[in-house]
Design a protein around this ligand. Structure first.
Ligand SMILES: NC(=O)c1ccc[n+]([C@@H]2O[C@H](COP(=O)([O-])OP(=O)(O)OC[C@H]3O[C@@H](n4cnc5c(N)ncnc54)[C@H](O)[C@@H]3O)[C@@H](O)[C@H]2O)c1
Length: 384
């Protein structure tokens, strides 16, 4: 029975608790922490947990009943508290984004290696049936050579969203919609296609005047044999999120859609009915995931702790996402394409030197400790 500690008792913490409760025969939440102890108390009461409440994470880390922790904190706290947890001998699963900088990612990976404890990074959208099926189809080469893909990470947040104390600042949130929202899709991009050679990007703030950071951005990733375009927004009513992959033999999309053309003698298109049918049959033949989202990823974390399967998304995978986002920010600031990898010594490797170069779109003037509502949406269900 794995003893779980939850560090940070805000909005995402209850998603973690609900998932752990689905594995009640394998784990139990033994401790919950928040600097506002009342929030830890409320989470314990609301979820009927038999757990201790702490207001100091170091005390939770010295609780022998805790074997593993979920780090559900604002991004600026992810690295130090994950490192302290690993050094205290606890396995760690940290919410997205993994950390504020590449330097922090490397220190976390080192702490995991030195302690022999697992470091996992949340990216629950890998565990969505349409994404998992798309991955299988691409790995099988179902559409032939991929020429181009586009990712729409379109979200909508009202002005007050940025009033929460840690949001809308480079120091605390560590970025705008690329860091906090498109982070999900950027993880999916390197999961599906690997790492690109370079990126050219721009960032903007068009609708949130209580945030230093971007609420709109565009990025073109150069893979040498294909191009991937990204649009990232926080001003898009309806939150239409999608992945479209254009291959030689057809187009595949999440939410699921398929089309296939062949050329008429003059090069104009006509539908390739047989090709389309074959792609549809391949998609249908791949089984749905038994479990999705946080449930599935925390299930993998628990199994990896017991040595039953490898960890699916470790610190090295999480770091790739941060590297791509830092490349986006560097390109946006310099106005030039940025090549990967970004190495130690680069201004965008360390948090302080990166922040010093970033634009402040607006001064953050309003700040609240907590909202009266803890309801959040986790984005669209990627088509299921
Ligand atoms: N995977 C997803 O889809 C998803 C969705 C929402 C949020 N998140 C991520 O989860 C993290 C938390 O987001 P949230 O929306 O739950 O934020 P939140 O503000 O609702 O909760 C964070 C909690 O951490 C507490 N806290 C801050 N510093 C602390 C410290 N040093 N020790 C103990 N407690 C501390 C705060 O008081 C707060 O209650 C962020 O990194 C966010 O990006 C992920």
């Amino acid at each position: 029975m794995t003893g779980i500690g939850i560090i940070g008792s805000g909005a995402i913490a209850s998603v973690h608790v609900d998932s752990y409760k689905r594995y009640a025969s394998d784990c139990q939440v033994k401790a919950v922490c928040d600097t506002f102890k009342a929030k830890a108390d409320d989470l314990i009461a609301n979820k009927a947990l038999n757990a201790k409440a702490y207001d100091d994470y170091k005390r939770l880390l010295s609780d022998p009943a805790v074997d593993a922790v979920s780090v559900c904190l604002p991004p600026s706290a992810h690295a130090q508290i994950s490192i302290d947890a690993l050094k205290a001998g606890k396995h760690v699963i940290v919410e997205k984004p993994m950390a504020s900088s590449l330097e922090e990612c490397d220190l976390m990976i080192e702490a995991s290696r030195d302690s022999g404890k697992i470091l996992a990074v949340v990216s629950q959208n890998r565990y969505k049936t349409p994404v998992a099926k798309l991955k299988k189809m691409l790995d099988q080469g179902a559409v032939g050579k991929v020429l181009y893909a586009s990712f729409d990470s379109l979200w909508w947040r009202g002005q007050v969203y940025y009033d929460l104390w840690w949001r809308g600042t480079w120091a605390q949130e560590s970025g705008g919609c690329f860091m906090s929202h498109a982070v999900h899709y950027i993880d999916l991009m390197h999961y599906l296609f690997g790492m690109p050679a370079a990126v050219k990007a721009s960032i903007h703030n068009v609708g949130h005047d209580n945030s230093e950071c971007e609420d709109l951005g565009f990025a073109d990733f150069d893979y040498k044999d294909k191009v991937i375009h990204f649009t990232c927004s926080l001003v898009s009513h309806g939150e239409r999120q999608s992945i479209i992959v254009e291959g030689e033999k057809g187009t595949l999309s999440v939410p699921w859609a398929v089309s296939a053309n062949k050329a008429l003698p003059n090069g104009f298109p006509e539908e390739d009915g047989a090709g389309k049918k074959a792609l549809e049959e391949t998609y249908r033949a791949i089984p749905d995931l038994a479990s999705e989202g946080h449930d599935a990823q925390l299930g993998n974390f628990l199994k990896a702790i017991r040595g039953e399967e490898p960890i699916a998304l470790d610190g090295r995978a999480g770091k790739k996402t941060i590297e791509l986002i830092m490349g986006i920010y560097k390109s946006a600031v310099t106005g030039k394409p940025v090549e990967f990898p970004l190495k130690p010594g680069d201004s965008f490797y360390c948090k302080e030197s990166m922040i010093a170069l970033m634009p402040r779109f607006h001064e953050k003037k309003k700040s609240v400790d907590n909202f009266s509502s803890s309801t959040i949406t986790l984005g669209r269900d990627l088509g299921r």
